[in-house]
Design a protein around this ligand. Structure first.
Ligand code: ZN
Length: 367
């Protein structure tokens, strides 16, 4: 099968996206429009915005340079109501990528900040806190847009709130308070992102609150090539009861952690392109995706930040096969695992699993 044909067929397959940050999935045209209407001065032109946001092919890998791309996204996007458009476009783009179930992952705090005239954010550690009402209103607007588009396109959407290791505890408290509000019922999972070198002390009690409230728990761990690696994956599993791990690529360095992942039945949300760009994997060819799968760890393929990485989920599946060496029969298992491990309600999950399996079976039987 030639590369073009493979991509066309993979695009047509129904897919589940478990790990895609809303912040990293915005349309460049919309971003530029927001930038202009807010009269922001961060970027001199659309080309400059694109150069600051999108990682060019051949850029040397780096975890911190990858995270720094998010700084280029920190400007005012408009009013709270404009965030409805952000939610709508994210789901529309996912649908064009063949995604039929999409866990929308976002940090309400940053969205409230983007929709208000807040002071500039020099570092996450002294993040200016928006009022809780603004956090709730931003979340509500994003969800309104996302769910309306989801209904139009027949896409399943759920919401995952991203806590952050680098922000003050009060900021994570503000996001956790959403659980008490009516919209909190639709926030089905919690995630932790940010610099892995930062300890989890500002996050731990809030993570526990989400877990106690019955929400799915996933943590970014074992991603940063300069961070604690497999030890963070162990911490996520043993200390926080994570059932899924964001990336977890570096677990491959420690056979005991690989065994632990397998024994717990935890699922890794692997994002091949992002992993190569951050240096979590030395190359696509050296990526442990295939080896982890063969070791019996539950793995899935995801896109992380499509705009920053200039990929989509279809392309990630194609690269997993062509460059990471994952046979199509194994890719089928990963696609099905994404449905099984998703945070949708059990009945939807079962239906989704059947649908993905049937579509892949038909694909693999095609000449
Ligand atoms: Zn991520």
């Amino acid at each position: 099968m030639n590369p073009g044909e493979l991509r066309a067929r993979l695009r047509a397959l129904p897919k589940v996206e478990l790990h895609r940050h809303l912040e990293g999935a915005l349309r460049l045209d919309s971003l530029w429009e927001f930038h202009q209407s807010a009269q922001a001065s961060l970027h001199a032109s659309r080309e400059a915005l694109e150069a600051a946001v999108v990682i060019p092919a051949g850029e040397p890998p780096g975890f911190r340079t990858f995270l720094a791309r998010f700084a280029a996204l920190r400007f005012r996007y408009g009013t709270i109501a404009d965030l409805e458009r952000v939610g709508r476009e994210a789901v529309a783009d996912a649908a064009s990528d063949g995604i039929v179930a999409y866990e929308l992952r976002f940090a309400p705090l940053f969205w409230a900040w983007r929709a208000r005239d807040m002071p500039p954010m020099d570092s996450l550690a002294d993040l200016p806190l928006p009022p809780f009402e603004a956090v709730e209103a931003a979340t509500e607007a994003l969800m309104r847009g996302a769910f309306a588009e989801a209904a139009r396109r027949g896409v399943l959407v759920s919401c995952t709130v991203a806590l952050n290791r680098q922000v003050p505890a009060a900021a994570n408290a503000l996001q956790t308070k959403l659980l008490e509000r009516p919209l909190g019922a639709k926030l089905t999972a919690v995630d932790v992102c940010g610099d892995e070198a930062c300890p989890l002390e500002g996050v731990a009690e809030f993570l526990e609150a989400w877990r106690r409230a019955g929400r799915g728990v996933t943590l970014h761990a074992g991603e940063d090539p300069g961070g604690p690696g497999a030890a963070n994956v162990r911490e996520a599993l043993e200390r926080f009861g994570a059932v899924r791990i964001g990336h977890g690529v570096r677990a491959a360095e420690d056979p005991a952690v690989v065994r632990l992942l397998k024994d717990r039945g935890a699922t890794l949300e692997i994002c091949p392109t992002s992993n190569v760009q951050t240096g979590a994997a030395a190359s696509f060819e050296a990526h442990p995706l295939k080896a982890l799968h063969e070791a019996g760890v539950r793995v899935t393929v995801n896109s992380d930040d499509p705009t920053i990485s200039a990929v989509d989920l279809t392309e990630e599946y194609a690269r997993a096969h062509e460059r990471c060496g994952v046979p199509l029969v194994a890719l089928r298992e990963m696609a099905i695992q994404a449905a099984r491990a998703s945070f949708f309600p059990e009945a939807e999950r079962a239906e989704l699993t059947k649908r993905i399996a049937a579509a892949w079976d038909a694909f693999l039987l095609e000449p």
